[in-house]
Design a protein around this ligand. Structure first.
Ligand SMILES: Nc1ncnc2c1ncn2[C@@H]1O[C@H](COP(=O)(O)OP(=O)(O)OP(=O)(O)O)[C@@H](O)[C@H]1O
Ligand code: SF4
Ligand SMILES: [Mg+2]
Length: 375
């Protein structure tokens, strides 16, 4: 068995993966008018996304449907070529498309999909799936006994015990939660440093979601893994993730430690997400403000995204500048807590006033005060 039992050699908090200005535009089929005008339409799925994944930490990526979360995961897994930006593995730029270098990359960065039913081949047993992963990544040992021990080890790690009860089962003989555990075991067969979990519990019964999240947390701690946890559910990010980043229409709009982002959200879109999350012990003090802060309407077209802040058509606090200038990341109080919102630029607020474009009856939320007063 060659899987690392103790990741002591890797320091906790070590940066494994770093996205720097990651951008992905998908070309869309040209219409006749586009041919005459020479316009090349693209879907701005991900624009200028930057963050790090560190050993022993869960980073949540939260946003509504179509905000670009899966595209970020696929860019990190190098399943898509990027349009722009950089992706660094241990500080080194990495750009692989297929072949041996791709396999080497995949052995360090594994993707877990949302659908545990679709991700396992129904005609093969658990043994087949796990053996294949172990062999591809050179972790199957040198004998039948070592392979058997590696299989038992993987199943034990994902709490499918005793292993002999599960190893020869077919996917249809397992529950959704058990299948997702097998999918996680298969990812662990590569002995990775980073797991990219794209909505790993959203297709499971509510009653078993917590078990899978607890398993991932246990793996983070015992194997010192860096985990990207993608979800619609900001309440689960609070529970499960060390750090939370919020995406809207292909851009990151807020980030910081999970407790701060979920308890004192700064960006109007994050406030909207929390306001609409079914979290029973939500976030005293936010609930009331959230009612005033509610954004209206639909997410924008990503083919012609709004200029300036992409949230401005829905934002009740939009100012004239928001419709023109893209807000940078601005510090909002706690160290490491930032929001891409002009409300945190004192000069802009002083010059343009609050609610100049939005409904003037909206009262000034705490965020409209100078950042140091607001916290
Ligand atoms: N292969 C593709 N070709 C063209 N457009 C795409 C492609 N993949 C994704 N998109 C578009 O990019 C945008 C972001 O999609 P993505 O799947 O990353 O969002 P998401 O946040 O994961 O959504 P969901 O929560 O529904 O899974 C969407 O507008 C989507 O339609
Ligand atoms: S206040 Fe302006 S910058 Fe901030 S979220 Fe609203 S529209 Fe965007
Ligand atoms: Mg998705």
């Amino acid at each position: 068995m060659t899987l690392s039992e103790s990741p002591a050699k890797a320091p906790a908090d070590e940066v494994v993966l770093e996205a720097v200005g990651l951008t992905k535009h998908f070309p869309v089929r040209r219409r006749l008018a586009d041919i005459f005008t020479g316009r090349r339409a693209v879907v701005h799925a991900v624009d200028d996304v930057s963050f790090t994944l560190r050993r022993g930490r869960v980073t949540a990526l939260v946003g509504e449907s179509g905000s670009g979360k899966s595209t970020v995961a696929r860019l990190l897994a190098q399943l898509y070529p990027r349009t722009g930006g950089d992706l660094r593995l241990h500080g080194q730029t990495t750009h692989v498309r297929g072949g041996r270098r791709f396999r080497q990359y995949v052995s360090r960065v594994q993707l877990i999909f949302q659908d545990p039913f679709g991700s396992l081949n129904p005609v093969h047993t658990v043994r087949y799936h796990l053996t294949r992963a172990l062999k591809i990544h050179g972790n199957a040992g040198n004998s039948a006994q070592e392979l058997e021990a590696a299989l038992a080890n993987l199943l034990t790690r994902v709490a499918l015990t005793p292993p002999e009860r599960y190893v020869d089962k077919f996917p249809h003989e397992l529950s959704g939660g058990q299948r997702q555990r097998v999918a996680i075991a298969r990812a662990l067969g590569a002995d990775p440093e980073a797991l990219l979990a794209d909505e790993p519990v959203s297709m499971l019964d509510v009653s078993i979601r917590l078990g899978i999240l607890n398993l991932l947390r246990d793996l983070k701690e015992r194997l010192n893994l860096a985990i990207l946890y993608i979800t619609h559910d900001i309440a689960s990010a609070r529970y499960f993730a060390d750090e939370t980043m919020v995406m809207y229409a292909g851009r990151m709009v807020e980030g910081g430690d999970s407790e701060t982002v979920t308890q004192t959200p700064a960006h109007p879109y994050t406030r909207l997400l929390i306001d609409s999350a079914p979290d029973p012990d939500r976030i005293a003090g936010i609930a009331d403000a959230g009612a005033e802060d509610r954004g209206n309407g639909e997410p924008p077209s990503l083919i012609r995204p709004p200029a300036g802040c992409r949230f401005h058509p829905r934002c009740p606090h939009a100012m004239p500048r928001c419709t023109v200038d893209l807000p940078p990341r601005l510090e909002v109080g706690q160290p490491g807590h930032w929001a891409a919102c002009w409300l945190y630029d004192a000069d802009t607020v002083a010059r343009e006033g609050i609610g100049a474009v939005g409904d003037p009856s909206i009262p000034t939320p705490p965020a409209h005060q100078a950042p140091e007063e607001a916290r």
